[in-house]
Design a protein around this ligand. Sequence first.
Ligand code: FES
Length: 594
Amino acid sequence: MARNPAAPKKPAKTKKAENASAPRTLRSQAWFGQADRNGFGHRSWMKNQGFPHHLFDGRPVIGICNTWSELTPCNAHFRIIAEHVKRGVYEAGGFPLEFPVFSTGETNLRPTAMLFRNLASMDVEEAIRANPMDGVVLLVGCDKTTPSLLMGAASCDLPTIALSGGPMLNGRYKGEHIGSGTHTWKFSEMVRAGEMTLQDFMAAESSNSRSAGHCMTMGTASTMASMVESIGMGLPTNAAILAADSRRNALAFMVGRRAVEMVRLDLKMSKILTRENFENAIRVNGAIGGSTNAVVHLLALAGRMGIDITLDDWDRLGKDVPCLVNLMPSGKYLMEDFFYAGGVPVVIRELAERGVLHKDALTVNGETIWENNKDAECWNRDVIFPYGKPFKKQGGIAVLQGNLCPNGAILKPSAASPKLMKHRGKAIVFESIEDLHARIDDPDLDCDENSVMVLKYCGPKGYPGMAEVGNMPLPKKVLEKGITDMVRISDARISGTAYGTVVLHVAPEAAAGGPLALVENGDWIDLDVKKRRLHLDVPVEELERRRNAWKGFESPHKSGYARLYVDHVLQADKGADFDFLVGTRGADVGRESH
Ligand code: FES
């Protein structure tokens, strides 16, 4: 550890933050500060919880937005964390009030947690706006809980600080370190290839998840926790302190204290989430070998803040950033090792020293990102490599263009096979995820290791919810030859814990009439990652003929939330947010209660 994570070096005051400070009536006083019938109603019912009268005297009310749920195992320890946040709030003279929001647990929600990210963000936004709070602490952990809370809070724009729940301890199985998700994929492919018994596969389960916390690979949860830290929305060291480490609770205490100070300074999200902060996060994502899911989540968050970040920015900013972090799925270590090696502060220092980051970007503790991390020390150079001698030369996210993806597609070079980065192969097409499952083990499937697997109708509208199915299992007949990777293309996402030469987020998706819908078995497809090219080698006239014959896409969802989703979800290149949620709407309620 570079230093005590819970201790900002100075009481957080920068010029920017100080200038924002001014005596004013707090928002919560519109509820609690009235000497009338409404005030009676707002205070009296709250007092049934045992809150004494002086807590309603105009001190900052801090809402603790909690995604605790026993159905979200990665966040199941959040009631304890919330108690430590409350201690900090009280110590700083605030009044903490914890409230629940929709918890988007990755492992249990069907058909995919991503279907509910936007719904959860609406819950968060409306809960914050409708209730008496002056500042917010966001308790985030499992994959979608981080973006949904950030997005919802961004649309209200109160002083807000995020706190991640921390990763699990390393998985251990038969003397080996095993990683969340990464080994699930690996072991299940080994079972299919006849290299692992079903008994061993089942035994590995309990060794994989052996403490509180979220996935401990550099999957989406760890990536988004690192994004919280590098975009300035969390305190230094937010990402890597283990859930089981007492310093996670100490950090929670300091977050509570800081939330109160942020209200006094009126340090809103819009003062933190500037274009420079987004650019820093994109570059850090490259250096940590972060999840491709960060692309859709940060695009959606930028949309909420009215900041024009595009896929081109992802390619431009990440292209020259080397991958410094040797963590699964791109490397061999896990978040526990990353924490002991120094964590995100070391990565930030490495990048900032090379002039790769905006050093003066403001963070929630009132310090710049450089001030926060300039003294970070690395304790294990096999886990965090120096910038000048990186773990992998190419980090970042490659954004592909071509007639197969007119609005872009992405690929994570650090998780791909170098020999497949330039590849020409014949398409083997699956019309849906059910079609894939029905035929993938068919010994007569017309494909080999040089084929390009294409999966359709798994994008935002098609699935719906843009499921993490883009890392299609390889055909059994190919696996049995000892082949472990093939080029795969889809409009889906992949889990941040997955790996392979996988082209994702093809936009427009097949269900929206993108050219992906027109691909047929045997078509030649060219992938050239260096040239950022994805090309369907079919004559224009033939594509036109296929388009005219295309029957269109009819969603089976005719009512309910899924219908709302299909009707309003934007494409992957816009972050898959709802069209009507883009932008900041502020925290004004507009009317009093009656
Ligand atoms: Fe929750 Fe991976 S399943 S973080």
